[in-house]
Design a protein around this ligand. Structure first.
Ligand SMILES: C[S@@+](CC[C@H](N)C(=O)[O-])C[C@H]1O[C@@H](n2cnc3c(N)ncnc32)[C@H](O)[C@@H]1O
Ligand code: SF4
Length: 381
């Protein structure tokens, strides 16, 4: 069964979200649309954001998306995880559709309508480091089979050494503040952000400047003192790539020992037990693929048992993954695990609701405070 999403009619996403990679490259989405700027060449983020090159690119993504996708992006936008958001915006701008309140308040929405860019993007992702301590089977950059077969791309050996400096990080945050309109900074990487020596300083800087801070992490390498720090600074969200509901699947799919699984559970429980406010929110993210989908019931049970804030069941984006054909969910698996998801929805009394996240399916329940969200459509039909 095809897990590809349809190409959105227009792409507005670059106004709302942008990112910088470890080598200073600025991109307007997940990084698949070719970049028109780099920190080390074009200069600081604010210069790039005001440049004609960027303006032309953002307008083309609205007006010539199909053509750009076929030429520049080489079909990558067919896999776009932001299609849900782009289609909602399309309905609003082109068909007088309703927009969720969260969106209406954004200055960027008016600017898209008027075809101008003044504000910084609402959400900015900074990839701070590329090295990783894990080898998730589905990962674009660190899949264990790719490494075992020595099938990495040409300059991978150089790429994994890249990390950005604290100074560069602060300069981008300063520019986002000066431009105005930025709400959220996401700290991630081509690898594991907790391995960056300045990670906690970076989080502190974001919070000191009253921005929403989301850490995207495998969340295994962290001390109690650093966990306390996350609680103390009120980091807003920790998006944890767990992608398993059992120890067996976790250790098999990412080639780690039981100790790592136990440490991960300890870290999650530590935050939930010791936080004194609703922050940091804990999101358990599961990238569903052939090797872990059999755990889908356990993924839901585990999240509810741990009392996390959100369980996310996310599509595996196969594009550019090593040996992706072997990792794609099979038709018979969709059928089998769709029943399990349905049973869990009933068991925990989940009901559909709507929010502004980029998921096709969102559920809440009076039985548990844990939200369930997903974009693996076949599992919820
Ligand atoms: C490259 S990882 C880096 C941050 C951190 N190491 C982690 O795993 O969260 C960033 C995000 O990409 C996601 N990811 C990696 N490979 C993916 C794939 N093939 N499809 C969908 N998401 C993927 C991970 O789950 C993670 O949330
Ligand atoms: S922890 Fe993150 S970067 Fe590391 S292998 Fe897994 S998905 Fe990739």
């Amino acid at each position: 069964m095809e897990s590809m999403s349809k190409l959105p009619k227009k792409c507005y996403f670059g106004h709302l979200y942008s990112r910088m990679s470890t080598n200073g490259t600025y991109t307007v989405c997940c990084g698949r649309v070719p970049s028109v700027g780099n920190y080390h060449k074009e200069g600081r983020f604010k210069e790039y954001w005001k440049s004609d090159k960027l303006n032309t690119l953002l307008l083309s993504l609205q007006d010539n998306l199909k053509e750009l996708n076929e030429t520049w992006a080489k079909g990558h936008c067919d896999y776009c995880p932001h299609t849900v958001i782009n289609n909602r915006l399309y309905d609003y701008f082109e068909n007088d559709g309703e927009l969720l309140e969260d969106f209406l308040d954004l200055p960027q929405i008016k600017e898209i309508e008027n075809k101008v860019i003044n504000s910084a993007p609402d959400t900015f992702n900074i990839d701070i480091i590329n090295v990783c301590d894990q080898r998730c089977n589905f990962c674009w950059h660190w899949a264990h089979d790719m490494i075992e077969d020595e099938a990495q791309w040409g300059d991978w050996g150089e790429w994994i050494k890249e990390k950005i400096s604290l100074e560069m990080f602060k300069s981008v945050v300063d520019d986002l503040i000066e431009l105005g309109g930025c709400y959220e900074i996401q700290i991630g990487g081509g690898g594991e952000p907790l391995l960056h020596p300045d990670i906690h300083e970076m989080i502190r800087y974001v919070k000191k400047n009253n921005l929403y801070c989301k850490l995207i992490t495998n969340f295994s390498r962290i001390t109690d003192k650093q966990l306390d720090d996350l609680i103390e600074v009120e980091a807003d969200e920790i998006l944890i790539n767990i992608s398993a509901g059992t120890e067996k699947t976790y250790i098999e799919t990412r080639q780690v020992t039981s100790r790592v699984w136990n440490k991960l559970l300890y870290n999650i429980e530590y935050i939930i037990k010791n936080r004194t406010t609703t922050k940091p929110k804990i999101i358990l993210k599961n990238i569903l693929n052939e090797a872990n989908i059999h755990d889908v019931g356990e993924m839901i049970d585990l999240g509810i048992k741990l009392k996390v804030d959100v369980i996310a069941l996310r599509r595996f984006l196969e594009d550019e993954v090593y040996q992706f054909e072997d990792k794609m969910i099979q038709d018979n698996q969709y059928k089998k695990y769709n029943n399990i998801v349905k049973n869990k929805l009933m068991k925990y009394e989940y009901k559909k609701y709507e929010d502004s996240d980029s998921f096709t399916h969102t559920f809440n329940s009076e039985f548990t405070n844990t939200l369930l969200k997903g974009d693996v459509v076949q599992l919820f039909e």
